[in-house]
Design a protein. Structure first.
Lengths: 117, 112
């Protein structure tokens, strides 16, 4: 398996522009997570999905952020309009819920490094 | 809410043992994880431990869990320069919520 795939790996944009980050989870995984990593705040959970349905979006910082999962193999995280404080590395992760706790190993993608000028 | 804390930095010499510590507050934590992040990469699971275990060993890695004190440690024996990375402690609780709560990460620097 190719693992969790994220694109782009790097994104540089100007303040006010729309940014779309993409994620392809591991095939067969039914949970998908979006995290943001910054020096100041560490790793923060933004939102996660189960079977394409958003379960917890309490970590989404504000209405400028939105996430969708139109099917089991694709998710997007959109920021509109982007601001310099959104600069961070955004990670996507997925797990397969086997129904047995302890096997919820989260597999992370390589991340998208976003810079908003 | 849940909180996971780690020291920020650890420096050791090659060949020595490294011990990275973590404390957590959620008494319902049932699974605790150690992840490794190398520069420019995502997080990679190193090992995990169930809360009903005190210790788990996997080759050079030893995880110790003191559930009473809510303290978790990761020992790396014979530390190598390739072990230089950021190590994250994470916990999940048995509430049906699948998300993990991560610590801030400990940067391990291995000096030759």
């Amino acid at each position: 398996d190719a693992g969790v795939i994220q694109s782009p790996r790097h994104e540089v944009t100007e303040m006010g522009q729309e940014v779309t980050l993409r994620c392809k989870p591991i095939s067969g995984h039914d949970y998908l997570f979006w995290y943001r990593q910054t020096m100041m705040r560490g790793l923060e959970l933004l939102i996660y999905f189960n079977n394409n349905v958003p379960i917890d979006d309490s970590g989404m910082p504000e209405d400028r952020f939105s996430a969708k999962m139109p099917n089991a193999s694709f998710s997007t995280l959109k920021i509109q309009p982007s601001e310099p404080r959104d600069s961070a590395v955004y990670f996507c992760a997925s797990i397969h819920n086997l129904g047995t706790r302890g096997t919820d190993t989260q597999y992370f993608g390589p991340g998208t490094r976003l810079t908003v000028l | 809410g849940e909180d996971v804390e780690q020291s920020l930095f650890l420096s050791v010499r090659e060949g020595d043992s490294s011990v990275i510590n973590c404390t957590y507050t959620d008494s319902s934590s049932t699974y605790l994880y150690w992840y490794k992040q190398e520069p420019g990469a995502g997080l990679q699971l190193l090992t995990y431990i169930f809360s009903n275990m005190d210790m788990k060993q996997d080759q050079r890695l030893t995880v110790l869990l003191n559930k009473k004190d809510k303290h978790l440690s990761l020992r790396i024996a014979d530390t190598q320069t390739g072990d230089s990375a950021i190590y994250f402690c994470a916990e999940s609780s048995d509430t049906g919520r699948r998300a993990l709560t991560f610590g801030s990460g400990t940067r391990l620097q291995v000096q030759p």
